[in-house]
Design a protein around this ligand. Sequence first.
Ligand SMILES: Nc1ncnc2c1ncn2[C@@H]1O[C@H](COP(=O)(O)OP(=O)(O)OP(=O)(O)O)[C@@H](O)[C@H]1O
Length: 254
Amino acid sequence: MNIIVEKTPAKLKIENLTKSYETVNILNNISLNVNEGEFVCILGPSGCGKSTFLRLIAGFEKPDSGHIYFDGEKIRGPGRERIMVFQDFDQLFPWKTVLQNIIFPMKINAKNKKDDALRETAMKLINSVNLNGYEDYFPHQLSGGMKQRAALARALASDSKMLLLDEPFGSLDAQTKEILQQTIYKIWQETKITMLFVTHDIQEAIILSSRIIIMDGNRRCIKKILTNSLDWPRTPSCAGFGSLWQDVYSLIKA
Ligand SMILES: Nc1ncnc2c1ncn2[C@@H]1O[C@H](COP(=O)(O)OP(=O)(O)OP(=O)(O)O)[C@@H](O)[C@H]1O
């Protein structure tokens, strides 16, 4: 059993979480606390259950046993305080422009707000993901990186308290990925929103995270949690980067 005890009340509290599909055990007795404002990256071999873990926290699926609490409340289904962002470039509404995609969740959340106020907030979000000038474009007119920027802005428009990011930059080329990493880092710095970020990329995890969770593909549980206290902003040439990379790599491969 993996129990991580934190000193402050946890934003997200996971107790003895177990999940199987039919007879196959996917996640086994996982316990974890995530504090408000943390940037937690999850790494592990393919098929070890990282996406399943996020889907359970998002409330898209139910655990077989164990509990998940968010702000002290038991998670019983999806909620706007926990929004998921996917790798898939086609997560935006194709019939809506960037601006309309971003305003959509805001309209659901703030029914009484005037259109001008919604537009102003949406334009600020568009600015924060560097999509200025593309607000009237439809998703098919955007590059993959731009679509992911719009998806991030839409997630933030939901007024979410935690973003659940499932390899959001996994399909991007190296250069675009680096720019998007800077964007999400900036967003995190400005909003201090709690981030749970699944990735296969050790470098990405080290650049972004305050903690790194390594999943165990055989035992289906958390193998190790590493605190990442490298100075910000991080680049691969930073002091300590190489040795942390090696630690993470060895844990994934072991
Ligand atoms: N709806 C489902 N029904 C049955 N099995 C499923 C379902 N969803 C996932 N699985 C299985 O659960 C296991 C874990 O899948 P999951 O997508 O959570 O892993 P992952 O660590 O995110 O993988 P990857 O890194 O390749 O994206 C896999 O063996 C997968 O086949």
